[in-house]
Design a protein around this ligand. Structure first.
Ligand SMILES: CC(C)(COP(=O)(O)OP(=O)(O)OC[C@H]1O[C@@H](n2cnc3c(N)ncnc32)[C@H](O)[C@@H]1OP(=O)(O)O)[C@@H](O)C(=O)NCCC(=O)NCCS
Length: 175
């Protein structure tokens, strides 16, 4: 199967925060942002897989800064690593105030998608090639994040979590 570059999956989505998207404080509701993030990340995953995908996991998402009514939410998504049938997508979320010309980072997150066939079963996907230093770092770290996810989901035995074990060993030798 043909390999693909990480940059080929880059996807940007912009949404203007309207009254129906906000809570009673005039801030964007977290659930609405998660919904937009899911759509944007799914598009990045589909670009890599050239196939339909389903969300299988959403990592811990923290909201560092509220996003206000009238601001523009910009979501930038890119696949960090492809495994066998699943991809990890990293997103950065920004809030833009277009009249003031400001753009502030709000949060970041990782979503995992599985490519599925016509019977809704996992389907093999192309390998991903990281090019830039940042892409290479995210690619290497993705294995650790995957192990953590699968551990928490009860799909990986602790004794098989080699990346996490290596990380713990590294810390133990440093302290
Ligand atoms: C996604 C789905 C097809 C996977 O089926 P499954 O029987 O669990 O398949 P497997 O155990 O073989 O796992 C398939 C891939 O998913 C990954 N995966 C499974 N559970 C995961 C989790 N909790 N976190 C991260 N990855 C996970 C596996 O690591 C595997 O990846 P790989 O092939 O790249 O190694 C199935 O769980 C499903 O249909 N889920 C519902 C999806 C959905 O409806 N999403 C929208 C939610 S609102």
């Amino acid at each position: 199967m043909q390999e693909k570059y990480a940059r080929e999956s880059y996807t940007e989505m912009n949404e203007l925060v309207l009254p129906n998207d906000t809570n009673t404080f005039g801030n964007l509701m977290g659930g609405r942002l998660l919904y937009w993030m899911d759509i944007c990340a799914a598009m990045a995953a589909q670009k890599h897989c050239n196939n339909q995908v389903v969300t299988v996991s959403v990592d811990n998402v923290s909201f560092k800064r509220s996003i206000k009514l009238g601001e523009v939410v910009t979501i930038e998504a890119q696949v960090t690593r492809a495994f066998n049938t699943s991809v990890e997508v990293r997103m950065e979320i920004f809030a833009q105030n277009l009249p003031l010309g400001t753009k502030v980072k709000s949060n970041e997150a990782y979503y995992t998608f599985v490519s599925i066939d016509e019977n809704d079963r996992p389907k093999a996907i192309p390998k991903l090639i990281p090019e830039s230093d940042k892409e290479k770092t995210l690619f290497a770290e993705a294995m650790r994040r995957r192990e953590l996810r699968l551990l928490l989901a009860g799909k990986l035995k602790p004794e098989n979590a080699t990346e996490i074990k290596n990380l713990v060993n590294l810390f133990e030798h440093k302290v």
